[in-house]
Design a protein around this ligand. Structure first.
Ligand code: NAD
Length: 387
């Protein structure tokens, strides 16, 4: 149970790159990191516009001398301080992630990077090698993985409660970009520009989220090959897709499917994962994150509720308020940030790895690999490609 008491002696000295005043995702990073004494926000380069970034940093209570015009000055100048930062979170458009993560690791910092970690497997592997060589932690914010019922699903599957897993159906299919929003919305504009978004739009932007949930729930399931078909229903988005279907064959014969979309008219997030076994199925939906459906063939369906004593212990140790009171995305992200902090603190003490699981560099590399393979397949008219 989490009750607000400290889990590390001193909060991690922390900065942000991006996540400025008008960004979509900056606030949840700060909200999650600053909870429960995990991190202390001491510096930043919060915006592509230096003056706007400085003004915003000051509004966040950051010392004006530590509101920097860009990430390189941030890393260089903080390295010269005895109380300089230990970690940085990167919440900028995708096309900047590789260069900023690389520079941060080279400056000896731990990193929390937004997904996708970068654009190519080669870049991803080079970041993994760098992080390993420097013994630095890289967290990737697949934030939904911090929901406690994801742990419940993992424990139930491991205990064999579904029987043999046969199929995994995933989707993250929202409707927010049904029309060409990018004409007037800067956050939609960069997402549909290959120079800033990379080789894909929805595959990387949303599809990788339920894919990571499947990696947590089913750690032994390995993709053998996949095929992908992608479409640009708003034609001006080509070559980037606003809709994609990916079919995956796992080693051992199970099958998986991911529907990634930004044009699912009328849908909010529409992120779901359904794991289907030989005797029962589990289903989790991010818009109802406190419930997990458990359906045993031939019996009435059950709805398992977060915070209840009948859950596996792994699904209860990050509980904050018991069952009945809904917890949400902010708590899920806080859980991940607390795990990042424990891992970073342990690394800085030179102790063996902290006993926490979080989306780290391997998850980042897998996300990049999956997008790359999907694009390879789609560009060969949905041919099967070896994973
Ligand atoms: N994990 C999630 O659930 C989730 C959700 C939304 C977005 N994201 C990811 O977060 C990242 C940011 O997305 P967003 O929707 O907040 O974008 P956004 O366009 O709303 O905000 C981007 C912010 O970064 C700043 N910025 C841009 N370039 C910069 C630079 N070189 N240096 C410093 N600041 C810079 C901008 O000024 C802005 O404040 C993307 O990689 C996106 O994929 C993740």
């Amino acid at each position: 149970m989490i009750n607000g008491s400290k889990r590390i002696d001193q909060p991690i000295r922390w900065a942000m790159v991006g996540g400025g005043a008008h960004s979509q995702i900056g606030y949840i990073h700060r909200s999650a990191a600053l909870r429960d004494h995990s991190f202390e926000l001491l510096a930043g380069a919060f915006d592509i516009d230096p003056a706007r970034g400085r003004a915003f940093g000051q509004q966040l209570g950051v010392d004006p001398d530590r509101c920097y015009p860009d990430y390189l000055s941030l890393f260089e100048q903080e390295a010269q301080r005895s109380d300089g930062i230990q970690a940085v979170s990167i919440a900028t458009p995708n096309g900047t992630h590789y260069a900023i993560t690389k520079a941060a690791l080279e400056a000896g910092l731990h990193v929390v990077c937004e997904k996708p970690l970068c654009f190519t497997l080669e870049e991803a592997e080079s970041l993994r090698a760098l992080a390993t060589a420097r013994s630095r932690i890289v967290g990737v914010t697949y934030g939904y993985a911090g929901h406690q019922l994801i742990e419940q699903a993992r424990a139930m599957i491991a205990a064999g409660e579904l029987g043999q897993v046969r199929m995994v159906h995933m989707q993250f299919a929202h409707g927010f970009h049904c029309a060409a929003e990018e004409a007037s919305n800067p956050a939609a504009k960069w997402r549909t520009d290959p120079r800033q978004a990379g080789p894909s739009y929805v595959l990387g932007d949303v599809g990788t989220h339920p894919l990571y949930l499947s990696e947590v729930m089913l750690p032994n399931l390995k993709i053998k090959r996949l095929m992908c078909s992608r479409q640009s229903f708003v034609a001006s988005r080509a070559p980037l897709e606003d809709n994609a279907y990916t079919l995956m064959e796992y080693e051992g014969g199970a099958m998986g499917m991911v529907w990634s979309s930004a044009v699912n008219a009328g849908s909010m997030h529409g992120q779901k994962i359904r794991v289907i076994g030989s005797r029962a199925s589990l289903e989790w939906w991010d818009e109802q994150p406190n419930q997990l459906r458990f359906e045993v063939q031939g019996q009435p369906a059950q709805v398992l509720e977060r915070g209840m004593n009948y859950l596996h212990p792994q699904a209860l140790h990050e509980d904050r308020i018991g069952g009945g009171h809904p917890e949400g995305l902010f708590e899920a992200w806080s859980n991940l940030y607390a795990r990042f902090a424990l891992a970073m603190d342990t690394a800085d003490r030179g102790e063996p790895q902290a006993p926490v699981r979080y989306p780290g560099i391997d998850a980042g590399v897998e996300g990049v690999r999956w997008v790359q393979r999907c694009v390879e397949s789609a560009d060969q008219d949905a041919a099967w490609v070896t994973y």
